[in-house]
Design a protein around this ligand. Structure first.
Ligand code: NAP
Length: 480
């Protein structure tokens, strides 16, 4: 078993073993690693390193920063197997999916290596003949990036790549359940020759590291992906030093199937959107609204396909659904299923869950579970389940479907299926969500903006939009 280290100011720092954080394999429950339990001291050291490295990194020509990122991209592609295995080991997703995530994560590095060269300003025609007005963009400063466990690589590169491209320096705090992929990525940042202090990694107590980051005036930007609950807390804390803050939070995505949809296509895309990462994605479809006239046919087709989804250890060939991350998630999913059935939902497929009996620290599995006759008041229709559960609710009219879909405090992703062009545009415009999949259940890609309306967050990551959050706009007024 390896003792992993934190990365601060270009040095690899150990913690005391007796005080370290244990990392478990969620498929087996076995202890796989120790990582340091960094606290206030290490967080402050990381902020100081990032603060001191900032002027030199920001002053580098854009093409030089771009070249560093290109090198990181190449290393990620070369080491794809190694990174993917580590990810499956600590997070549980099937190996093939983990490989997919490595490419997705590397895509952000590739994209922002290019974007670094396109941080354009403007000249603005002045109303006074002897004035000239410029608007230039500059890095926001030291960035703290706090990331979740469900995408241990992509949630990091989606933040760090645009931050570095913009000329910012970074302190990264990854999820305690998946710090190993983060450590591997920092090794690649180092190998790519990125100067010391530009990227720093602190592992340990979220509370202590979080509070230290939020209280430090030198941190000018916090970029967070995780639960809405923690996001709201960070937003409150950011007020004290008026930090720039971006939040990518929870979701509760509706997926609507209209009677004019191509049903086979709708089934395949619904499965892709729901079952990727065992349903543990913020953009996973969480509520399935199916038009009354095609409900039975759609459910029949889904049931047929769900048989193919083998549940097990993601390291095993053929497994399509890995373990859930921990016992809390497992209990929550079971509670959602139980509550729905008690309130009259019909179990159409699955419903079984099991523990492998090795250790309470992992080995929790849930079968894909299809429920029909689901109604509005059931927990499964109100809350983010974060598991492989497909609750089906029927509707009669387009207006009713839109109203039910929008009836939530979340607003991250929504999907719908229709063969009508006018309905595609009409419904896409009415849904109050930041990401809309029209006949498409796989919407995440480095080129496009990603983010939510309402309580799903603030700001956008990805595409050319994703670098804006790491830039300040400076107005320069010149009197001739
Ligand atoms: P979480 O509990 O909010 O944790 C996310 C990160 O925040 C972890 O690194 C965690 O550290 C840290 N954290 C926890 N409490 C903190 C505090 N008081 N101060 C500072 N940092 C703190 O969320 P999660 O359970 O890992 O992730 C699942 C959630 O993320 C779901 O709701 C999902 O929808 C959302 N998500 C959203 C997106 C998106 O782009 N919108 C993408 C992926 C996931 P520890 O691990 O050490 O506790």
């Amino acid at each position: 078993m390896e003792n992993y280290k934190m990365y601060i100011n270009g040095e690899w720092i150990s913690g005391k073993k007796e005080n370290s954080i244990k990392v478990y394999n969620p498929a087996t429950g076995e202890l796989i690693a120790y990582v340091p339990n960094g606290g206030e001291k290490e967080t402050k050291e990381a902020i100081t390193a990032a603060y001191e490295a900032l002027p030199r990194w920001a002053d580098l020509p854009a093409n030089v920063r771009s070249n560093y990122l290109k090198k990181v991209y190449q290393l990620m592609i070369e080491r794809q197997e190694e990174i993917a295995q580590l990810m499956t080991f600590e997070q549980g997703k099937p190996l093939k999916e983990a490989l997919g995530e490595v490419f997705y994560a590397a895509g952000f590095v590739d994209w922002y290596a290019e974007e670094a060269k396109r941080i354009y300003g403007e000249t603005i025609p002045a109303w006074s003949p002897n004035k000239r007005i410029l608007a230039i963009k500059q890095p926001v400063g030291v960035v703290a990036a706090i990331t979740p466990w469900n995408f241990p690589a992509a949630m990091i590169t989606r933040k760090i790549a645009p931050a570095l491209a913009a000329g910012c320096t970074v302190v990264l705090k990854p999820a305690s359940q998946t710090p190993l992929t983060a450590i591997k990525l920092c090794q690649l940042f180092e190998e790519a020759g990125i100067p010391k202090g530009v990227v720093n990694l602190v592992t340990g107590s979220a509370q202590v590291i979080g509070n230290t980051i939020m209280e430090d005036k030198r941190v000018r930007k916090v970029t967070f992906t995780g639960s809405t609950e923690v996001g709201k807390k960070l937003m409150e804390q950011s007020a004290k030093t008026v930090k720039n803050i971006s939040l990518e939070l929870g979701g509760h995505a509706p997926l609507i199937v209209f009677e004019d949809a191509n049903l086979d296509k709708a089934v395949e895309e619904a499965l892709a959107s729901k079952l990727r990462n065992c349903g543990q994605t913020c953009i996973a479809s969480n509520r399935f609204y199916v038009q009354e006239s095609i409900k039975e046919e759609f459910i029949g087709k889904l049931k047929n396909r769900l048989k193919d989804f083998i549940v097990g250890d993601g390291m095993k060939e053929g497994v399509l659904i890995g373990p859930v991350i921990d016992k809390n998630s497992y209990d929550k999913i079971q509670q959602h299923i139980k509550d729905a059935i008690e309130q009259g939902a019909k179990l159409e497929f699955g419903g079984k869950s099991y523990h492998n009996g090795i250790s309470q620290q992992g080995g929790y599995f849930v079968e894909p579970t299809l429920l029909s006759n689901v109604r509005k008041g059931m927990t499964v229709a109100k809350e983010e389940t974060f598991g492989p559960v497909l609750p089906v609710i029927s509707f009669k009219t387009e207006e009713e479907a839109i109203e039910m879909a929008n009836d939530t405090d979340y607003g991250l992703a929504a999907y719908f299926f229709t063969e009508s062009l006018s309905r595609s545009i009409r419904v896409a415009e009415k849904l109050e969500f930041g990401i809309i999949g029209v006949n498409d259940g796989r919407t995440s890609t480095p080129q496009a903006p990603f983010g939510g309306y309402k309580e799903s967050g603030i700001g956008r990551e990805g595409g050319h939009f994703g670098i804006e959050g790491f830039l300040e706009i400076k107005h320069i007024s010149i009197e001739l």
